[in-house]
Design a protein around this ligand. Structure first.
Ligand SMILES: CC(C)(COP(=O)(O)OP(=O)(O)OC[C@H]1O[C@@H](n2cnc3c(N)ncnc32)[C@H](O)[C@@H]1OP(=O)(O)O)[C@@H](O)C(=O)NCCC(=O)NCCS
Length: 159
């Protein structure tokens, strides 16, 4: 994976995961599931993580790293998909999570901006995501960096 990284402040950078990040990424992934009180299928991190490192799979993960503590404090997972409505593929921001002790310091915003910058570089600037209507905390951030759509989501089953 590319060496791209984004400087947030003197302490924090955002960068793509490397093969050595599985444990740190899994901890944040588990924190994200605990936050939503949802358990993804057993072993899914063993399926997800290699995809992030595989140049043939258009699914990526980036971590916010506190460089002074050498600690991963936030995670964003995103992927690219075809669209019948766009000239290029579009980016779906699948997961965003910041360690509960590290919030409201700009980390979540920086993770979204990292995705925007990478999407622009890939020539796929359309980025979208969903959240729960009751996730007001996340929406306090989202209203500042994106536009609320009029769409609602239907699904057959699943999360
Ligand atoms: C949503 C989440 C990623 C935001 O991360 P974060 O690092 O706290 O976000 P930021 O600090 O970048 O931005 C929060 C914004 O809300 C504003 N805010 C104001 N009051 C706030 C409050 N009481 N609580 C939270 N945010 C507040 C902040 O000022 C900030 O805006 P700013 O960038 O203009 O300063 C984080 O809360 C999280 O991981 N939540 C649990 C998982 C989750 O809900 N993920 C999203 C799923 S769609």
């Amino acid at each position: 994976m590319t060496e791209t990284f984004k400087v947030v402040n003197d302490d924090i950078i955002i960068r793509y995961v490397t093969k050595d990040d599985k444990e740190a990424w899994s901890k944040l992934w588990k924190g994200f599931q605990a936050h939503y009180e949802i358990k993804a299928p057993n072993g899914i991190e063993d399926i997800n993580f290699p995809k992030f490192l595989d140049p043939n799979v258009k699914m990526w993960s980036a971590l916010a790293i506190d460089t002074k503590r050498d600690k991963a404090i936030g995670m964003v997972n995103f992927l690219s998909r075809h669209s019948t409505w766009d000239l290029t593929e579009i980016i779906y921001l699948n997961d965003l999570y910041v360690d509960e002790n590290e919030r409201v310091k700009g980390v979540g915003r920086s993770l979204i901006e990292f995705v925007y910058e990478e999407a622009d570089k890939m020539g796929t600037p359309h980025v979208y995501w969903t959240t729960d209507h009751f996730n007001h905390r996340a929406q306090m951030l989202y209203t500042k960096v994106s536009n609320l759509t009029t769409k609602v989501i239907y699904r057959r089953h699943g999360y």
